[in-house]
Design a protein around this ligand. Structure first.
Ligand code: ATP
Ligand code: MG
Length: 182
């Protein structure tokens, strides 16, 4: 018997929509994280830094064209969305240390709501929890928020949104759209 890679001809993809983090910004956040002296958890690789907009989960590849079509029809954001990541939080249930926003721009909240509405007819469930933009820094994190992390502020300019496939801890962009009107 020959060894067949189970990933070959895989009929499902693990997908999510997210705002990417620029290389420069990822480096800055990673450098800052390195200075926190964290002793718990698995650091998210800097190249994986992102801000999830909507998690779709396992999706049959035959649904991809419909998803791409629906995402491409979303109205753009009226003006640039700068996400201020100004709060470090521990999310106990997901055991994550995250960079979050104290306040979310209403325009972005409306846009995420539109994305959820666009995905509803395709059979995707909308997370009933309020959307809270965040960038995950550490997984399997059991500590508290480090004191030195409290006076931080990063700005993430959301210019595009991306449909990512998550494969064994790596993300591959499937498609990308501008978030702003061109
Ligand atoms: P790993 O699970 O291997 O540690 P990961 O969490 O980065 O890596 P995925 O589990 O594929 O990779 O998750 C991709 C993105 O979707 C991450 O932002 C993750 O937080 C989010 N996500 C994963 N599962 C869910 C879920 N059930 N509900 C909401 N968001 C989710
Ligand atoms: Mg995960």
């Amino acid at each position: 018997m020959t060894n067949v890679d189970p990933g070959l001809n895989e009929p499902f993809k693990r997908l999510f929509f997210a705002v990417p983090c620029s290389v420069q910004q990822s480096r800055a956040i990673s450098r800052w994280r390195g200075g926190l002296g964290l002793r718990s958890g698995r650091p998210v690789p800097a190249e994986n830094f992102h801000l999830t907009l909507m998690f779709l989960g396992a999706v049959g590849v035959d649904q991809l064209p419909t998803i791409l079509d629906a995402a491409g029809r979303l109205p753009p954001l009226g003006r640039p969305a700068t996400l201020l990541l100004d709060q470090v939080e521990v999310w106990r249930r997901s055991q994550a240390l995250v960079l979050a926003s104290k306040q979310t721009a209403p325009a972005l909240l409306r846009w995420v709501y539109a994305l959820q509405q666009a995905m509803l007819p395709l059979g995707f469930e909308v997370d009933p929890r309020e959307f809270r933009p965040h960038l995950t820094l550490m997984r399997d994190f059991r500590g508290g928020v480090p004191e030195t992390a409290l006076d931080t502020e990063f700005r993430l300019v959301a210019e595009t949104f991306v449909l990512y496939e998550s494969v064994k801890g790596r993300y591959q962009a499937v498609a990308q759209w501008p978030l702003l009107a061109g």
